[in-house]
Ligand binder design. Sequence first.
Ligand code: EPU
Length: 419
Amino acid sequence: MFVVNWWKKLYWNVKISGSKNACLPLLVASLLVRWKVVLKNVPYIWDVVTMLEIMWTLWVQYNFLDDTLFLDTSKLSLDNFQASRIKEIRASILLLGPILQFFNKLSIPQPWGCSIWKRPIDWHLEWLKTIWYDYKYTDDCMIEITWTKTSWDKVINAWFSVTSTENLVLANVLRNWKTIIKLAAIEPHVMSLINFLKLAWADIYVDYDHTIIIEWVGSLNNNLWYEVISDYIESGTFMIIWALLSREYIDIENARVDDLYAFIEKMREAWVKIDITWNDSVRVRRSTSLKSVSLQTNIFPWFPTDLQSPFSILLTQADWVSRIHEILFESRLNFLVEIEKVKWHIAILNPHEALIFWKTNFKSWETLTSWDLRAWVAMVILALLIEWETKITNVNYIKRGYSNFLEKIRLLGWDVVEE
Ligand code: EPU
């Protein structure tokens, strides 16, 4: 892919698409309904398509009409299940909960995702023991999970892990016992899953201290309609692009302002001008100068790890030394090596901390790359900053998680060509 210079701005606004990380658990939750589910505002991205293809091997029928997805999960069966495809996306670990609800035995491989370190699933496997499943690794590197006995009310820790919390909710919502999930993640996509299940008559209560209480219900309501929330990570990404690169202002619609409170506060601390306008929209203006800041990622509602890499590119243009502390994933600072390629001054202190030094001019004809969706977006922003043609490889990463991203960039005025 090549990114060329400023071209001509066609649009003054950008509309944020449905969220990948909200949509994937909803697809899986539809398995629990065992009937028809309609999802609106579904992003047409590779991770969603891959999850649907995996679910198709579970006899799930689906049909897209624009951004509306019609699902029929009534014929759920393991007869043709291609468990090997679980390797392809990390979120496929969510299939465990619903499948084990209806079938007593399952073999799966270890799921993979972006290269942001080893991405363990130990917590997912440990809670299986809590609800009386046994698991073992077999010689062909599969994880074999078997039901051992029925159980009673229980308290399980999710350690603030997003997919562990989602998996625990999905695995326990139809069980005939009471489940208390402590140390639960409450990211917007976790809450969207809970709201979907509540709409289907699940009995779930979320307490202010990260506790989720699930009471047993016999079955879920069928014929559900539900709208996928828009993607607060995409929204934050466009705020960064505009703060760095625009010549005027931009309006961002479906911005998920409430989910981005910590992020917007950090942007303002860095002297970016963001006005919250109307109906969940923001107006972002280019900043003539940017101030360096110290940043730490953390669980919601703190600064999201998925916006750390694009925000780091913004900090390359700040006036002094910025410090980044990425506490969740060990390899999420690796992309900074790409910035070094274009002669930027950074210091990686350890796998979790780095310093970014003040503004100089980028000088390079380097080809950039990334093995992590969010860092790939950071490479696009870097390419837009470098004022001549830049090539970025591994273009498929962007297709995994952002709906029409390159098209939106074009409409905002940059010439982007995919080869
Ligand atoms: N962890 C473990 N053991 C486990 C599970 C997690 O040690 O069994 C650790 C992880 O290694 C990490 C921390 O817990 O250090 C938090 O990981 P979490 O489980 O919350 O991450 P995740 O559920 O695998 C989701 C998103 C990620 C996002 C993180 C953090 C989905 C499908 N993925 O991952 O999104 O970065 O939460 O908010 O929802 C992305 O979209 O690019 C992406 C990576």
